[in-house]
Design a protein around this ligand. Structure first.
Ligand SMILES: [Fe+2]
Ligand SMILES: [Fe+2]
Length: 187
């Protein structure tokens, strides 16, 4: 066998270009960022579960490892170029919320309804409603930042049950899930 590759091989075999390798790396980082973010959230929920079952030290372990996963997620996000100026971040946040409100959650909601899964339908509907508010809140914030200003120094309240997010005081009753004022977390 000759070391010289055939003309056919030369035409069909080629090495990936550097930018293609980079595209694969970008995909890997995006997948890893998604996985680490999910793990971090799951571990926090499982920490609460461990604590409720009377295992505070297992809870602590879950919390610590959740924190470690957030560090991985942040590192991946930074390398992916996902941390930019606040005006740019607000636009990216708006785009993400818009996709969820305009396409993703409406489609998911239809699927859940068609399949008769009422719990899923409710969980999706809570998210859909809150994301619509987030979209507006990010738009207003971006307008302020583009004008060189911060947004107003007022409370932001979030319903612990459904994620309803309101800039200003918490309502007596959540408009989306009916939870009381005491179920809001203030930021
Ligand atoms: Fe959102
Ligand atoms: Fe709520």
């Amino acid at each position: 066998m000759s070391d010289v590759i055939s003309r056919e091989e030369a035409l069909t075999k080629r090495l990936p270009k550097p930018e293609e390798l980079n595209a694969m790396t970008q995909e890997s980082l995006a997948a890893a960022f998604a996985g680490e973010s999910q793990a971090a959230e799951k571990y926090l929920v499982w920490a609460e579960q461990a604590e409720a079952e009377g295992y505070p030290n297992v809870g602590k372990l879950f919390r610590a490892i959740s924190f470690a996963e957030t560090r991985h997620a942040r590192n991946h996000l930074r390398v992916m170029g996902g941390i930019n100026s606040t005006a740019e971040n607000l636009l990216a946040a708006f785009d993400g919320e818009s996709f969820e409100v305009d396409e993703m959650y409406p489609a998911y909601h239809e699927i859940a309804k068609l399949q008769g899964n009422h719990q899923a339908s409710r969980s999706i509907n809570y998210a859909l409603k809150a994301e619509a508010d987030h979209k507006v809140q990010y738009t207003d914030a971006r307008e302020a930042v583009l004008a060189g200003k911060d947004i107003e120094d007022v409370q932001v309240n979030v319903c612990l049950a459904c994620g309803h997010t309101i800039i200003g005081d918490a309502p007596d009753k959540c408009p989306y899930c009916g939870a009381g004022k005491d179920l809001y977390r203030t930021f």
